[in-house]
Design a protein around this ligand. Structure first.
Ligand SMILES: [Ca+2]
Length: 225
């Protein structure tokens, strides 16, 4: 897994967007059984962007069409720094995040597709909250959720892993971004995912630009002094 930090210019210099892309090796499915060889199970990358109020997770597979066949599911299991955590999984599937999770995203592409945001309140999982938007396109599906629905706000740092999983209710993590504690050898085998991917919920790009200008002005003043 490696991440690529980029500022993508969208239209003009005034509107840049922050996007972090976490790539995964191809052909590395953690499930040499049901679905093995199906490129939909093979996670290729996850891209995260955010605004002041929302966050978008884009899951891309190694298939030209994520809906053919359409039974795969995608997850992100997340620990927001400082939030209460649980050792469990909001979908009650047999994988958890090492050290605990505080938020969870689940998505699917069959039946027109949909997604869910969950957050742990210290006692139980709260939710699900649906996405404000969803886009299925070629190898990818992306979901936009409110930051609040995941217990996040601007300035938060979170740790996570993302994975594909199967269509069965007890299916495990079939192709996580990060190395799990052990390769699974059955589709429903218990496993633990590693929270080695990190994302900082940044201020709006316009705020970032203003901050940048402020720093530049400060440096100019410093030079003069
Ligand atoms: Ca992969």
């Amino acid at each position: 897994m490696k991440s690529i930090l980029s500022f993508a210019l969208l239209g003009s210099m005034a509107t840049s967007a922050w996007a972090v892309v976490y790539t995964d090796a191809l052909g590395d499915c953690n499930a040499p059984m049901t679905g093995y060889g199906n490129p939909n199970v093979d996670l290729a990358s996850v891209e995260i962007t955010n605004t002041a109020s929302d966050i978008t997770f884009k899951f891309t597979t190694n298939s030209p069409s994520i809906t053919s066949p359409d039974w795969i599911k995608v997850n992100a299991i997340i620990r927001v720094q400082g939030d209460p955590t649980t050792g469990g999984n909001a979908w009650n599937r047999p994988y958890s995040l090492n050290g605990g999770a505080s938020a969870f995203i689940g998505g699917w592409v069959d039946g027109g597709g949909n997604g869910q945001a969950w957050k742990y309140d210290g006692m139980s999982w709260g939710g699900p909250t649906g996405p404000s938007s969803m886009l299925i396109s070629g190898p990818s599906v992306s979901y936009t959720f409110s930051l609040a629905s995941l217990g996040m706000s601007v300035g938060d740092l979170f740790f996570f892993d993302a994975t594909t999983t199967g269509g069965g209710g007890n299916d495990s993590a079939w192709d996580p971004l990060n190395q799990s504690t052990g390769q699974i050898s059955a589709p429903d085998q218990q496993t633990v995912l590693e929270p080695v991917s990190t994302y900082l919920v940044v201020p709006e790009p316009t705020t970032m630009a203003a901050l940048g200008l402020g720093v530049a002005a400060m440096l100019r003043r410093r030079k003069k002094a």
